[in-house]
Design a protein around this ligand. Structure first.
Ligand code: 2M8
Length: 413
């Protein structure tokens, strides 16, 4: 282990964010992910704001270029041609400029933007005024199209941001991936295939894209007919938190708040529907009504949403006792646990940041501090990786990762 000073790591983190800048938007990492991803970009903006707040506002603006007329902010914005990623704009076939994907991603934007705005109250107000309406229309899109029994439904595992998490296993069984035709993955040429989703997962990911694309990205039709529809516990918590932050922004700007207050009430009521009688927050397969039986990192976003049942703290403590570095993306005691396969076990720095922010808000400062310390050590010992093994810290996935650099500058470092 090399002893690296905080100052050196601060410098490296800033350099990563600058190097990943493609002229107004930040790619998650060079090579593996060459476009603007929704939630990555908002983490990046949060990090960039620590050294160049004007550039951070610009990052937000370029993400909003991709917003659809119906309010949806897509998960990828394909601003300009780039090599090395599949599926690209031709597969999504969304007819608008800039080209985009056809699904969304976890709405951390309002939360990150609020934090940037708080740090730049005076000069930032003009930016905040300009984008406020767009944030509201995105939240309205979620509430209108995706909230069912107060829980947030995803139409594709990619939408959750936790692509191959165990939460989707049972629901994905209903997706037929056998007719998607030939295609060439690019991710496995950038990183070790053992650290990525399997071929059978990709076949199903593509089948879902083709289904929604062939049905014109029609939300109503997809809601009624798609094979896959899951109420994602992580997404419900993230949207609830984002609505709370949007409410504060609205109050600050002197805008009306009843609509946002109504959304918060709906989502607060929905949280109860995520409670698996086994004693934890869980996702729900909306096609069968069954819980997905997964205690994954999405469940531990409860505190981030302002919800604090003692059972969840007991689960977190039990899981942290099993691993050297928390929080694993999957329960290490589960048969499905794999310490290096992406969202099926590895620890992710940005998830730790969100979970720890929530823990701290709810007064669980020691546990929040453990997560920060674990994340610091992973970065100090190995660098700014996409994710790591929670068992022994083996670094995995892409290197020089933007959101890892961002959470170093804002939280871990
Ligand atoms: C991963 O997802 C993309 C698809 O969106 C992929 O694997 O190709 C996820 O970790 C997601 O959360 C993240 O936003 C994206 C870019 O870092 O990579």
């Amino acid at each position: 282990m090399t002893a690296v000073t905080d100052e050196k790591l601060d410098k490296q983190a800033r350099k990563i964010l600058r190097d990943n800048d493609r002229g107004g938007y930040t790619v998650p990492t060079s090579g593996l992910y060459p476009y603007q991803w929704n939630w990555d970009s908002m983490f990046s903006a949060w990090g960039i704001a620590t050294f160049d707040v004007r550039r951070a506002w610009f990052e937000i603006t370029t993400l909003l270029y991709g917003q659809w007329d119906n309010g949806m902010i897509p998960h990828i914005i394909f601003h300009k041609r780039a090599e090395g990623y599949f599926p690209g704009p031709d597969v999504w076939a969304v007819e608008r400029v800039p080209h985009t994907s056809g699904i969304s991603q976890p709405p951390v934007a309002a939360t990150m933007i609020r934090s940037i705005y708080e740090s730049d109250k005076k000069a930032g107000r003009v930016h905040m005024e300009l984008i406020y309406g767009r944030l509201v229309s995105w939240h309205r899109w979620w509430m209108k199209n995706r909230v069912q029994d107060g829980m947030v439904a995803i139409t594709h595992p990619w939408e959750s941001g936790r692509d191959n998490a165990v939460d989707w296993d049972s629901a994905m069984q209903a997706v037929d991936g056998s007719n998607v035709g030939d295609y060439t993955r690019r991710d496995t040429s950038h990183v070790n295939p053992e650290m990525r989703p399997k071929k059978e997962d990709y076949d199903r990911y593509l089948a879902l894209v083709q289904f929604s694309r062939d049905n014109g990205w029609n939300e109503k039709y997809i809601a009624e007919h798609a094979a896959f529809r899951v109420a994602d516990v992580g997404m419900t918590f993230i949207l609830l938190r984002a609505c709370r932050d949007l409410l504060q922004i609205a109050a600050d700007l002197d805008h009306d708040t009843p609509e946002i207050e109504g959304w918060i009430e709906t989502l607060e009521a929905g949280v109860a529907n995520h409670w698996n009688p086994e004693g934890y927050y869980d996702s729900v397969n909306l096609r069968t009504g069954e819980f997905t039986g997964s205690l994954s990192s999405g469940s531990f976003l409860c505190w981030y949403a302002g919800v604090d049942p003692p059972e969840m703290m007991s689960h977190l403590k039990a899981i942290l006792a099993e691993v050297r570095y928390g929080v694993p993306s999957n329960d290490p005691r589960a048969e499905t646990f794999n310490p290096l396969r992406y969202w099926r076990g590895p620890v992710w720095g940005m998830m730790n940041a969100l979970i720890a922010i929530g823990l701290k808000d709810q007064g669980h400062t020691l546990t929040a501090e453990r997560l920060r310390k674990d994340t610091r050590e992973l970065i100090e010992d190995h660098g700014f990786y996409e994710y790591w093994s929670p068992v022994d810290g083996t670094p995995a996935g892409g290197r020089n990762f933007s959101w890892t650099a961002a959470i170093w500058l804002t939280w871990a470092g």
